[in-house]
Ligand binder design. Structure first.
Ligand SMILES: [Zn+2]
Length: 413
């Protein structure tokens, strides 16, 4: 990741960005190791698996129980049989627009005395997803990711009434380290004391090639910077480009940036973060906690004759979240048409660059470069008032997100 940042920094200098530098931030990182999931009875079966990121190492032989989505009801139904068992759980659950963090559900299972957990992927791709299951510390028991198909086969073995036993073994290890955010600026030094942030994260999980999530965002950021550079003398406010680290490990890079740069934060009016882009995301923008900016962006797209739907939508999926929690208006490219599906191979070993049509990058870069340019050259003030801490608390309450934020490691007490 540090090599990637060094390369991108060099490219940004060539494009004409100024103040290109890196900032070190702490990360709770992960060293992976091969894992074993071996079914012993009623049949012998060696299941492909990953040791889930930030779960304990260990070797366990125990009965396997199916806990479905591991909701409260599912766990109550299994009762004390959970104690000492290996518990099978299905992957992420999305409820409305809110993502129910897997770490919280797995913690409940560990609290009930399970010895290990197997998480099954959501999508039938023939390979396991890579899941983050601890945020600031390890889940105290080992957890293993298996494919959707293997998860179903295992669930049906459990459902047949036969006693299923397995041996599981994991040796991955968490460690505390440092990684780099890359920061650059574009625009006249004496522009107004206002910054617009354009950001994307460069990291991915260790066995995930990370093409969709998030080479798409990083390359689009670079192409927008390249397109806007010749116009930078006309900017009325500065464009701040940030390539974050540690997003996949619960926003370590953006969190670190927000903590370490209080003076910059005073100047930032708006954050536009690009994560996991495809053709449909060039047709939508989700604006968080700023109806004024939603109206503004909709007007920009009317004037530039881009057919983009702009919605007020509460979400907390990526590196804009720490800025939002500081009261700064934020937005992201978004797709609202449920028929246009997010590629399911994100966060698996199948997320490779040849699957990304170059048109996805072109479409997103063209649409969002125009939007950002309109903001950067506008002589009028942006309708982007920063919320006070009390207002942020009220907005979190209104969104019913206090527990979810705690589950993502944000302590708002
Ligand atoms: Zn991402």
């Amino acid at each position: 990741m540090q090599q990637a940042q060094a390369y991108l920094g060099g490219e940004l200098k060539k494009i004409g960005a100024s103040g290109v530098h890196t900032q070190s931030v702490p990360v709770f990182a992960w060293r992976d190791a091969p894992s074993i999931v071996e079914i012993r009875s009623p049949t012998k079966w060696s299941v492909e698996s990953f040791h889930n990121v930030h779960s304990a190492a260990g070797r366990i032989k125990a009965p396997v129980l199916n806990a479905a989505i591991a909701g409260q009801d599912d766990l109550d139904r299994l009762g004390r049989r959970i104690e000492g068992a290996i518990v099978l759980v299905h992957g992420n659950v999305i409820s409305g627009s809110l993502y129910l963090p897997l770490p919280q559900r797995l913690e409940h299972i560990a609290e009930r005395g399970a010895a290990a957990i197997i998480t099954a992927s959501m999508d039938p791709l023939g390979c396991p997803a890579i899941e983050l299951v601890g945020i600031k510390q390890d889940l105290p028991i080992p957890a293993f990711g298996v494919s959707h198909e293997d998860g179903r086969r295992l669930a049906s073995l459990c459902g047949d009434g036969a006693k299923v036993t397995a041996t599981v073994e994991a040796a991955g290890k968490s460690y505390r380290g440092k990684c780099l955010n890359l920061v650059a600026e574009m625009g006249p030094k004496r522009a107004s004391e206002e910054d617009i942030v354009l950001s994307a994260h460069v990291d991915c999980f260790h066995v995930n090639p990370g093409a969709f999530d998030n080479l798409t965002g990083v390359v689009t950021l670079m192409e927008i910077a390249r397109a806007l550079a010749p116009l930078r003398a006309k900017f009325r406010r500065r464009l701040r480009l940030i390539v974050f680290t540690g997003e996949e490990y619960a926003f370590w890079g953006s969190n670190g940036y927000v903590r370490n740069n209080p003076r910059e934060l005073e100047r930032i009016r708006f954050v536009f973060n690009m994560d996991s882009l495809f053709d449909a995301t060039a047709e939508g923008v989700a604006v968080m906690w700023s109806p004024g900016m939603r109206d503004y962006i909709e007007r920009v797209f009317r004037e530039t004759q881009c057919d983009v739907e702009v919605r007020n939508l509460f979400c907390m999926s990526s590196d804009y979240l720490p800025f939002m929690l500081e009261g700064i208006p934020a937005a992201r490219p978004a797709h609202f048409d449920l028929h246009q599906k997010f590629p399911p191979y994100s966060h698996t070993r199948l997320d490779t660059p040849e699957k990304i049509p170059i048109d996805w990058i072109r479409k997103n870069a063209m649409v969002f470069a125009q939007m950002l340019l309109a903001m950067l050259v506008d002589p009028r003030a942006l309708p982007a008032k920063r919320h006070s801490p009390d207002e942020v608390s009220a907005l979190i309450e209104q969104a019913g997100a206090r527990n979810l934020l705690a589950g993502l490691g944000f302590d708002r007490s």
